[in-house]
Each structure stands twice: as C-alpha cells, then as structure tokens.
Write a protein that binds this ligand. Sequence first.
Ligand code: F6P
Length: 327
Amino acid sequence: MDNKIRKIGVFTSGGDAPGMNAAIRAVVRACTYYKIEAFGIMRGYEGMIEGDFVKLGARSVGNIIQRGGTILKSARSKEFRTPEGRKKAYENIKEESIDALVAIGGDGTFTGLNKFFQEYKVPSICIPGTIDNDLPGTDYTIGYDTATNTAVEAIDRIRDTAMSHNRLFFVEVMGRNSGYIAINSGIAGGATGIIIPEEEMSFDTLYNLLGEGKETSKKSNLIVVAEGSKIGDATTLAKKVAERSSYFDIKVTVLGHLQRGGTPTYFDRVLASRMGIAAVEGLLKGERDVMVGILNNKVVYNDFTTIMTNKHEIDSESLRIAKILSI
Ligand code: F6P
C-alpha cells in the first residue's frame, strides 16, 4: 500500500461558525482540482461513528459559500471520547476507503482528532472554525469576523434605545473563555466598559467607570461583558450595580446564539477558502496532525501539540485603546 491520498473525508464539529460552508466548498473543490475523491462526514464524529458519509463533488458544494451554518451539520460527540467510539469510527472510514481527514472546528474537535491520529495514524489536518477566535497559530478563526460584526450591529441597535431612555445596558457576548468578540465589538460599539476573562477587573473598577455623580457621568452607558467574565455574567453585574445605587435604570441583553448564525462576511469567506485549499495541499505535501493557520497573511501549518498548549492572547494594544476610549 503506498501513501498516496485518494479519498478525503471532511467534517464540521463543535459549535457551528459562519464560513464553515465556504471552507467545505474549498476543501471539496481543491480535492476535485487535485483529482482526489471527497466525502462529507455528517454531524462530525457522530457521523463517523455511524458511517454517515456523503459523496461530494464540485457541483454539490455550489451555492453554499454565502450560507451560514454547515451543510454537513455539527455535533459535540460524547461517544468519540471513548476508545470504543473511536474504534467504530476507524472501522467505518476504513471500510469507505477514506485515507485522510479534514476537520473544521475548534479546540474540542482538534483534541479528538489528535487522539484519533495517535491511535490510528490516519493523516489528519484541522481548520480552525469557531466564532471564539481562541486558537493560537492563526490570527483569525473562521466565523469570528462575522460574529463580531453581528455583535456590533446588535450593540448599535441597543445603543439607540439606551440613549433614548438614558439607560445603562449590560450586553453579554459569546466567546467561551476568550474575550476576543467582547474586546473588539466593545471598541467598535463604543462601549464604556469591556469585561473580558483575560483581564483582571474588580467590581469597584467597573462601578467607577460608570462615573455616577462625576463630571463625566453619563446616565446612558453600555458595558460589554464576555460570557467568560471572571467577575460575573451580565445579569449578575447588573444586579450588583442595582444593589449599590438606584441612580441607573439598568437593562441586560444576552446576545447568545444569534452571533453564531447569518451570512459570513467577505473576510470569513476568503479566510475559509484559503484555509480549505491549504488543508488539502498540506495533506498532499505530507503535513500530518497539524492545524492550518494564517499568520501575517501567510499560510502556516502549526504543530498540534503547540496549539493545544498555548493561548491566543489578546494584544495589549487593544486593551490600551479600549481604556483610552472609555473615558
Ligand atoms: O464555541 C462557540 C460557542 O458559541 C461559544 O462562544 C459558546 O460558549 C458555546 O459555543 C455555546 O455552545 P452551545 O451552542 O453548545 O450552547
């Protein structure tokens, strides 16, 4: 048996992200270009365990580049975390003669694939697809730009009503343990305060930002809170402010899953297209157990262990400008 790759299985796993379809399309079309068969694996690792595969070709991925969600569907598989689950998955892909895998997802997806690679040595490559932008080795993950734009649009709308009623709004954005969506939607949305997990901020500091009774006091304020905030979520913080003072008329909006859907921005579509092609080309060049990334506008292949043991830090410049602007 030679090492030539003839059939690639592509799947999406974990939380969906806008731009995943553009990545699937790029993987499939790159396969067609390089004369490799492409198979879609439905619902991530669940479909691998159940043998739910679908043959894909250049035409079957037409008219999806602009669509949010993922045509291959997604899941967070518990069974794949067990050796028995992974064995079933291996038997199915072997039976289908799939000899390489491209996973589009976040850190949970990658951890599973890394384990699978160590056990079964199926050539594998990951594409970072998550709105959280929490993976090192790439400046951006697929879906982050769209989700942040969605959050900014929502913040703009909330600001209109906040201003009209002189209200203080706490707006909670997604990101799991990462403050990327919060910091940049907060800066772009002109927030008074931005609470992110990466930065220590006491409740008193937050309260002082609101400026009650000071010359700079604004009755209408908007605080963006990352869901991973270490000093409490938006609802908790709103309650604490209300307990301390009746000066503010306070409301809370949790943006939630609306940040996950919708048409991907041009940026996410291009990013996904570049990464999809880079994944297939990487496999053909012999890259294994790595994550595709784009750093400083160049395609890179990151060793998987490095990815899992590092964090995608928020740059200090973003933190600095957020502070200056919140005066
Ligand atoms: O990882 C993407 C993400 O949307 C996070 O920002 C959020 O914490 C989580 O997924 C929500 O997961 P679920 O869709 O399973 O509720």
